[in-house]
Structures are given as structure tokens and as C-alpha cells.
Design a protein around this ligand. Structure first.
Ligand code: FES
Length: 75
């Protein structure tokens, strides 16, 4: 990940109270530049939280596509 952050750093951050990607950004500096590490950081965070709390990992949420109103003239 960026800024030499590893999964170990994320696990440690979770132990110290981090629960969101925003916390990781604030505490470790991940996703502060291009954002390419966001998915990996999120996956590591989710895994670390599951391990820390002793709960099974929740499945990745599926987001519905936004519905954009489409004017008939645009078709
Ligand atoms: S790789 Fe993390 S912000 Fe770019």
C-alpha cells in the first residue's frame, strides 16, 4: 500500500480503535494521494475488524446502480 503501510499497520490501527477508512487515512495516510489503495485498505480493514471483534467478515456490500433520469430527447 502507499506510504509503506502494510496489513500489519492496519491491524495495529484497528487494535487502537480505527474502524473506518477515514480513520486509516487520518492515522496512516492511506488513500491520501491517488486513492488506488482504497480497495486494498478497505479489504484489510474489514478483515482486521472481523478478527479483532471475533465476528465473521460481512460480505462485500452490493450497491445498486444509481438511476439517472433520462430525458427522451437525449435518446
Ligand atoms: S496508492 Fe494510496 S493514495 Fe495512491
Amino acid at each position: 500500500m502507499c506510504n509503506a503501510v502494510t496489513e500489519r499497520h492496519i491491524v495495529a490501527a484497528v487494535r487502537e480503535g480505527a474502524t473506518t477508512l477515514r480513520h486509516l487515512r487520518r492515522d496512516l495516510g492511506v488513500t491520501t494521494e491517488c486513492g488506488r489503495c482504497a480497495r486494498c485498505a478497505h479489504d484489510c480493514l474489514r478483515s482486521a475488524l472481523a478478527e479483532h471483534t471475533g465476528t465473521p467478515e460481512a460480505s462485500t456490500p452490493v450497491f445498486a446502480r444509481p438511476i439517472f433520469p433520462l430525458a427522451l430527447e437525449a435518446v
